[in-house]
Structures are given as structure tokens and as C-alpha cells.
Ligand binder design. Structure first.
Ligand code: SAM
Ligand code: DTB
Ligand code: SF4
Length: 334
């Protein structure tokens, strides 16, 4: 049963279960609601890189931190479509474009992003964007252009938010999520662990996600990628069992959503990632770069999929019809 009325106490009880019991329960729910052999593979492209006005303490793209990234203005539509076409020809079915913006502005850059969305949509791929905060009318324009999903993370709990970001509020984030939902766009919303938050903060963030009027269709769980020059560069590495615990709890609370094992995979071994899939993760970002930091190569992921008996999921899969006949595609060709 899908529930939107979880309490913090209930979530804490799940989160604090002995690890193997937690994984067993999550795996059981996962196989009840989803095809456990399928993993959604998203191709990510940073269409506007760095120079961001925000102060997100984890982010290499914030202009105020001195990181090694290569700043790049908004790419030309042709370049992006060329990239998308290459991805499609190689078998990719979901294409996600990211921009280092605080928010969308109603200017020529937004018009260009709309063009990109139309172009990628016309190729028959699921189009996803992450462009910062947006208004109701901007969400409608994106929907009209054919946007399938919008990524906008809560990142951490409402209580810990101010320690990580001071240039915007939690309510502004929630407001954008509401605008995305109203426009009929699929919601992709999750967070990061390893920011220095407590277990209670993680439980609170999961509670916010699981008590939204509708669960996000997709929930990225990122492990902090510690980037030199950011305030969090010296944070300790995220413990794999924390990642597994987070994924398993998300899977139990939101059984039908895609739970994405997102940033941090380069620091995880194959057995560690396998544990995350066992705990209910069923989506990854593929390609040797996330937005600005490294990610495992297609070859490595393909070898992992083969080893674990996983298949890349076909796009436009109806979340309701689990019995659809799905043709596996080879990640090596993406
Ligand atoms: N600027 C837009 C925004 O903040 O919504 C879109 C791009 S932003 C880079 C997308 C997400 O990437 C952030 O919300 C955060 O969850 C994630 N992210 C950024 N830097 C990260 C890092 N160093 N480690 C893990 N996740 C990170
Ligand atoms: C998400 O939750 N993780 C992705 C995607 N959404 C856009 C981004 C991770 C970024 C990691 C740091 C970087 O590569 O710049
Ligand atoms: Fe800007 Fe997004 Fe990075 Fe924050 S997370 S600094 S808003 S690009």
C-alpha cells in the first residue's frame, strides 16, 4: 500500500532496524512492486557549468568557491542535440540536462533550454532537466516543450538546511516542487548524505519526501562527492552502510518510486553497489562524468550489470504497468 502519512517515529523504527533485517524487508518490498532485474540508466549532461550565485556548501559549481572546474556558458542547442543524438544512437533512452542556475529567468537562455527540450523530446527520449527554482508558468512552458521529469533536490532536512545553504530557503525548494507537480511533470527529488547531518536529519528528510502529497517518481540518493575548494572538502567519506540504510528506508517508504544510486559511485566497489541494488536502488547515472565530477565508465557499468544480471530499463515505462514486456538494452553501447 502506498502511504503519504508516515510519521517520523515510524520512519525512525525502520531506519534503525538491524542492517540485514532492513535490507531483507526493503528487498522484499522491491520485488513486490518492481522488476528487480531492471535498472533505469540516465545520461547526464551539464549544459551550463559553474559560476553559480548560490552557496551550497557541497557544490563545485558555486562561483564563490575556488574549485578546479571549467566554467562554461549555456551550450548551443545544436551541440546539445548532437550529444543527445549520439546518446540515443548508442541506445540511451533518458537524457537529463543540468544548469548551474539559482533559478530559471525568463530570458533567451530559457528559450534556448526550451528548444533543447523540444529537440530531445522529438528524438523520442525521456527528457529531464535540473535548472534550479522555477515558477508555475515556467514549469508549464517546460511541460509544453515536452519535459518529462524535473530534478530538484531537498538535499537535507529542513532543520539542517541553513548549515548547508543560506542563499535560499527550504520552502522555496518545496514551492518549486509544487509548481513542477502542478504542471504535470514527473518529480525527481532526493538528497545528499555526508554533509555532516545527523541520522535524525536523514530521517526527517525522508519523512518530508514520503509525506509529499504524491511521492516523487524518482528519488536520487547522492553520497557527497568531496570536491577540493568547497567548504565540505574535508568531510569524512560516506560509509557504505549509511548509503544502504538510506536506500533501503526510501524503498520501504516509497515502494513504487525509482530510487537512484546517484553521486559517489566511483568510491564504491561492485559488491557495495550490489548491496545498494539489493536494498532497492533501481536507477543510476551513466557515463564517465556526472555534472563536473567523475563517474564509472560505460564499460565498467556494463561489466557490473552483466555480473549482477541487471538490465537497463526502457524509457516511458508506465509506473503502473509492471508486467509490460521490456527489452533489455546493452549499457556498453550507450
Ligand atoms: N542548480 C540546480 C539546483 O541546485 O537545483 C541544478 C544543478 S545541482 C548541481 C543538482 C544537484 O546535484 C544538487 O541539488 C545536489 O543534490 C547535487 N550535487 C551537487 N554537488 C554535489 C556533490 N558534490 N556531491 C553530491 N551531490 C551533489
Ligand atoms: C542528482 O541528484 N545528482 C546529479 C543530478 N541530480 C543532477 C548531480 C550530482 C552532481 C555531483 C557533483 C558534480 O558532478 O558536479
Ligand atoms: Fe548552484 Fe545548484 Fe550548485 Fe547550488 S547545487 S551552487 S544552486 S549549481
Amino acid at each position: 500500500m502506498i502511504r503519504n502519512n508516515w510519521t517520523k517515529e515510524e520512519i525512525q523504527k525502520i531506519y534503525e532496524l538491524p542492517l540485514l533485517e532492513l535490507v531483507y524487508r526493503a528487498a522484499t518490498i522491491h520485488r513486490t512492486y518492481n522488476n528487480t532485474a531492471e535498472v533505469q540508466v540516465c545520461t547526464l549532461l551539464s549544459v551550463k557549468t559553474g559560476g553559480c550565485s548560490e552557496d551550497c556548501a557541497y557544490c563545485p559549481q558555486a562561483a564563490r568557491y575556488h574549485t578546479d572546474i571549467k566554467i562554461h556558458a549555456l551550450m548551443q542547442t545544436d551541440e546539445v542535440l548532437e550529444y543527445a543524438l549520439k546518446a540515443k544512437k548508442a541506445g540511451s533512452t533518458r537524457f537529463c540536462m543540468g544548469a548551474a542556475w539559482r533559478e530559471i529567468r525568463d530570458n533567451r537562455d530559457f528559450e534556448r533550454v526550451l528548444e533543447m527540450v523540444r529537440g530531445v523530446n522529438a528524438m523520442g527520449m525521456e527528457v529531464c532537466c535540473t535548472l534550479g527554482m522555477l515558477t508555475e508558468s515556467q514549469a508549464e512552458k517546460l511541460a509544453d516543450a515536452g519535459l518529462y521529469a524535473y530534478n530538484h533536490n531537498l538535499d537535507t532536512s529542513a532543520e539542517y538546511y541553513d548549515e548547508i545553504i543560506t542563499t535560499r530557503t527550504y520552502d522555496e525548494r518545496l514551492n518549486t516542487l509544487g509548481n513542477v507537480r502542478k504542471a504535470g511533470i514527473s518529480v525527481c527529488c532526493g538528497g545528499i548524505i555526508g554533509l555532516g547531518e545527523t541520522h535524525e536529519d536523514r530521517i526527517n528528510m525522508l519523512c518530508t519526501l514520503a509525506t509529499l502529497p504524491e511521492h516523487p517518481e524518482s528519488i536520487p540518493i547522492n553520497a557527497l562527492v568531496r570536491v577540493k575548494g568547497t567548504p565540505l572538502e574535508n568531510n569524512p567519506k560516506v560509509d557504505i552502510w549509511d548509503m544502504v540504510r538510506m536506500i533501503a528506508t526510501a524503498r520501504i517508504l516509497m515502494p513504487e518510486s525509482m530510487v537512484r544510486l546517484s553521486a559517489g559511485r566511483t568510491e564504491m566497489s561492485i559488491p557495495e553497489q550490489a548491496f545498494c541494488f539489493m536494498a532497492g536502488a533501481n536507477s543510476i547515472f551513466a557515463g564517465d562524468k556526472l555534472l563536473t565530477t567523475p563517474n564509472p565508465s560505460f564499460e565498467e557499468d556494463n561489466a557490473m550489470f552483466e555480473l549482477l544480471g541487471l538490465n537497463a530499463m526502457i524509457a516511458f515505462k508506465s509506473l503502473k504497468s509492471k508486467t509490460q514486456n521490456l527489452k533489455p538494452i546493452n549499457v556498453a553501447n550507450l
